[in-house]
Design a protein around this ligand. Structure first.
Ligand code: SAH
Length: 531
């Protein structure tokens, strides 16, 4: 009964969740992707990304947003970089229309807000003219993020009663500045938020001053607002261009001019986060890196993702059939990793569809993260010792006194050590292992993350598994930072990973107190802030 009921609810949910597109035309969603930090997009944007058939996106869209889409979603990059237009605007518009006419749900992701200097207006007009259904979802525009993340209120009682968004871009027809800056220099109670102005910063400021802006007016540049690589500098209309030059601040940046900039350093919370300005190299698999990267970003760091290993399903079909046929005979089911839980249940549910087919065996896990995944399936974890190592789990199982002639199924990958199995066998358990996944090394030749690391270095590199350490060491040649860039301090999630690091000749600069991601991040913060 319960299973049927679930099925009915699912079907109804699916129906309401996926609007009916049996009509000939699809729909285009012009969606604001926010200023950079994935936490700053709207709930509507996230919902639409998750259900899109096609995503058409720009240069400044954070890669994390693309990870939210369905595996079969088509992703089309149409980004423009300064001076390099990847695709002409009418081609982009034609693309949106063609996909929508094919009946698809097209999400057009645009940095910031689609209607603020984003040509979203042109796209919407073209869709309207062609009779294509569309929806517009606003986003946090760059000036708002720059203000929030540099501690600069955009308006202020008594001094700043107007806020003007301006573009510093030049007019492509005349190659002259598109804005009459002198006019805006004569508005003492306005805050100016200037987009795309870095190429002409000096000229813009001098034109503003020529129009009457007092040279002492406070002004700031905020580059890469809301991201770990944010940089900002503040001075006055007279000094800002030199300051920006000396700090090498460039696009993408917002220039803020007005009384509101005064005193911003007192409320500049973002740039005081414990890992602000730090570049951290994350070596986990793409599926596992997200959580760690987010934790680092929320502490202000810039996380570089370098997936060194990839986890792939790898169960032998015959063994799978044999084990599943005998599943009821096991007393214990042991998971040694979160990957094991994922891949075991993927296989299991393909075969049985109903979790109850698992029977009444007891479940033991190595590591809290592994146990959490099992509990998320509403299955009880009987044993999961705190230290998070396979040895401790073996000890705990032995101490529980239930192993004599017990049948134990240990779920593994291709790199598991056999310590656990040996210990259990010594305690007279009958142990079968079932390999459900494998670690495969990623080839770093041509990886843009590896290139970024070589060119700019990092403050630290984090290892969360010995397989990542080995993959790192094996491709060390491709990971040599260029002379003069920051060399990273290497940190480890626990004793086993540290041991692998030492073997590979990598000095362990810090180690997590417990084998989990939070403790690894704590150790990193402590180590970097100690110097
Ligand atoms: N539609 C976008 C603006 C696109 S124009 C929005 O609403 O934000 C591109 C310009 O936006 C850049 O040249 C820069 O001036 C600004 N910009 C975009 N993202 C930014 C960021 N994270 N930090 C600072 N400026 C940013």
């Amino acid at each position: 009964m319960a299973a049927e009921w679930t099925l009915v609810v699912r079907l109804q949910f699916d129906k309401s969740d996926q609007p009916n597109f049996s009509m000939t035309k699809g729909k285009v969603f012009l969606v604001g992707a926010g200023p950079g930090d994935p936490g700053l997009v709207t709930c509507r944007a996230k919902e639409l990304i998750a259900s899109a058939d096609v995503i058409v996106y720009d240069y400044l869209v954070h890669p994390e947003l693309l990870a939210w889409c369905r595996a079969d979603c088509e992703k089309i990059y149409v980004g423009k970089r300064p001076q390099r237009h990847a695709r002409p605007q009418d081609e982009i518009e034609a693309l949106l229309i063609a996909r929508a006419e094919a009946g698809l749900r097209v999400v057009r992701l645009k940095g910031g807000d689609p209607f603020v200097f984003g040509r979203g207006g042109e796209e919407a007009r073209r869709l309207a003219a062609d009779g294509i259904p569309f929806e517009i979802v606003p986003g946090v525009t760059a000036a708002l993020a720059a203000a929030a993340c540099a501690g600069i209120p955009l308006t202020q009682r008594n001094t700043s009663s107007a806020l003007i968004f301006l573009t510093g871009h030049e007019d492509p027809q005349t190659h002259a500045l598109a804005t009459d800056w002198r006019r805006y220099g004569a508005l003492p109670d306005a805050t100016l938020a200037i987009y795309m102005g870095m190429g002409h910063l000096r000229l813009i400021l001098s034109e503003l001053m020529a129009g009457g802006l007092p040279p002492a007016t406070p002004a700031a540049v905020v580059q890469w607002a809301s991201l770990g690589r944010q940089r900002s500098v503040a001075g006055s209309a007279a000094t800002l261009a030199d300051l920006a030059d000396s700090r090498q601040l460039d696009a993408p940046a917002v220039i803020l001019v007005g009384q509101v900039v005064r005193g911003h350093e007192k409320v500049n919370w973002f740039e005081r986060l414990p890992l602000f300005g730090r570049r951290i190299l994350v070596t986990r698999t793409r599926e596992q890196a997200g959580d760690l990267r987010r934790k680092l970003e929320l502490l202000g760091a810039e996380a570089l993702e370098l997936p060194l290993v990839e986890i792939r399903p790898a169960a032998d079909p015959e063994t799978t059939l044999e084990i599943f046929a005998e599943l009821g005979r096991y007393d214990w089911l042991v998971f040694t990793s979160a990957n094991g839980v994922r891949h075991f249940f993927d296989l299991f549910l393909k075969g049985f569809r109903d979790l109850r087919a698992l029977g009444v065996m007891r479940i033991a896990c190595v590591g809290e993260a592994t146990a959490r995944l099992v509990r998320a399936l509403h299955l009880e974890v009987e044993l999961c010792p705190e230290g998070g190592t396979a040895e401790e789990l073996a000890e705990a199982m032995i101490t529980s006194g239930s192993l004599d002639h017990a049948k134990v199924l240990v779920i593994t990958g291709n790199l598991n050590r056999d310590t656990l199995v040996k210990k259990l066998e010594t305690a007279r358990a009958i142990v079968d292992t079932f390999q459900v996944y494998e670690n495969v090394r990623t080839d770093l030749a041509g990886s843009s993350a590896a290139e970024d690391f070589r060119q700019s270095g990092a403050d630290a590199v984090l290892f969360a598994s010995s397989s990542a350490v080995q993959a790192f060491a094996a491709q060390a040649g491709l990971l040599q930072p260029t002379a003069g860039v920051k060399r990273p301090l290497a940190g480890s999630i626990g004793p086993r990973t540290s041991e692998a690091m030492r073997k590979a000749g990598i000095r362990v600069e810090f180690e997590a107190k417990e084998s989990n991601i939070d403790a690894l991040v704590d150790a990193l913060v402590e180590r970097l802030n100690a110097h």
